[in-house]
Design a protein around this ligand. Structure first.
Ligand code: ATP
Ligand code: MG
Ligand code: FE
Length: 338
């Protein structure tokens, strides 16, 4: 029951071998961060080239580390969206080639479903379920009445949480991606700036982070012009407190509106210690009857293991890609698979 999974939606080239949807036999992640850092973000053309350069090595390594060969596989799985089109195409093409050559079914996987399934390595899923997915390109609350059914009930109206971290990080001179460093600085500072908490008290499940980003940037620039240097730890702590307050508040609101058995926290920003601790606290206080699974720290960022876990479920539900499977950069949960 082995799945060979591919993930190339952004700047990580990753191939994994997953057994029974829950056991990681190998999970090779080749990151390109160094190549993009000097540009302060991911350059799509550079990303595609890297994927092409690394993909076959990642396949060989994933199989070798798992100690398996092509005939042992049950299926091949690949992220076909959302993401950068050129990056996605490398994974989709490689997965097609392997599946075709070895007469294996090809499973098309949504990258955000993949993020969600990173939490499956922590424990079993229970439905109905709510997920807070926070990453570099997405910030959304997803309601799942049952397995394999996704409904977005709240999302950001502008920037994603991770994107906001990366943008304010740039202002503080932190290399891309800035989330981890800002998180570390935040732990050493205090919320002295009280930045706005956009839409926190509004009666909906949506988010907005661009106002916070602007308030942050203005504060730093104004201080600069006065020749004043602000405490970077307090700036980080204030920014993070604002992000975490809004994410936690809206998640609690979602749980009030949708009675669920379980909450999932996943996506790159799910690695944030402030957010993890706050949700631990709030869930114990307000929703102690709802269990929570937080994606493991090491599987919050992009990786193929999570794609393999999601694919195992998709496979059971009969999802199969045709040989003309294309990358879908703007793929959404509620849109029919193309
Ligand atoms: P998407 O999944 O939406 O397509 P992506 O794949 O580029 O976007 P991920 O890899 O899931 O995004 O997450 C990367 C983001 O997570 C970056 O913006 C990064 O700054 C952020 N991030 C990583 N660690 C932390 C942390 N500890 N605190 C806050 N943000 C973090
Ligand atoms: Mg990445
Ligand atoms: Fe991602």
């Amino acid at each position: 029951n082995l799945i060979l999974a591919f993930e190339t939606s952004c700047d990580e080239t990753s191939v994994a071998v997953i057994e029974d949807g829950t056991k990681i036999l190998s999970n090779i992640v080749a990151t390109q961060i160094d190549s993009h850092q000097r540009f302060g973000g991911v350059v799509p053309e550079v990303a595609s080239r890297h994927h092409i350069e690394w993909i076959t090595r990642c396949i060989d390594q994933a199989l070798a580390e798992a100690g398996v060969d092509y005939p042992d596989l049950m299926a091949v799985a690949v992220t076909y969206g959302p993401g950068l089109v050129g990056s996605l195409l490398v994974g989709v093409t490689a997965a097609k080639v392997v599946a075709w050559a070895h007469h294996l079914p090809l499973i098309p996987v949504n990258h955000m479903a993949g993020h969600l399934y990173a939490a499956r390595f922590v424990g079993e899923f229970k439905y109905p379920q709510m997920a807070l997915l926070v990453s570099g390109g997405h910030t959304e609350l997803v309601y799942m009445p049952k397995e394999h059914e996704y409904e977005i009930v709240g999302e950001t109206r502008d920037d994603a949480a991770g994107e906001a971290y990366d943008k304010i990080g740039r202002v503080l001179g932190v290399n891309y991606p800035a989330g981890k460093t800002i998180d570390e600085w935040a732990a050493q500072g205090q919320d002295t700036f009280h930045f706005p908490r956009a839409m926190e008290k509004e009666d909906n499940l949506d988010f907005s982070f661009s106002g916070l980003k602007s308030a942050f940037i203005n504060t730093v620039h104004n201080a600069d012009q006065r020749g004043e240097e602000l405490n970077k730890y307090d700036l980080a702590a204030s920014f993070q407190q604002s992000v975490v307050d809004v994410l936690a508040e809206k998640t609690m609101r979602a749980l009030d509106q949708y009675p669920v058995k379980q909450l999932i926290l996943a996506g790159g920003v799910a690695a944030n210690h402030g957010l993890r601790d706050r949700l631990d606290h709030d869930m114990a206080k307000y929703h102690s009857n709802v269990t929570m699974l937080q994606a493991p720290l090491k599987l919050c960022g992009d990786n193929a293991a999570m794609i393999g876990a999601a694919a195992a479920v998709d496979y059971r539900h009969g999802d199969r890609a045709a040989w003309d499977l294309n990358a879908v950069p703007g793929l959404m949960f509620d849109r029919a698979k193309e």
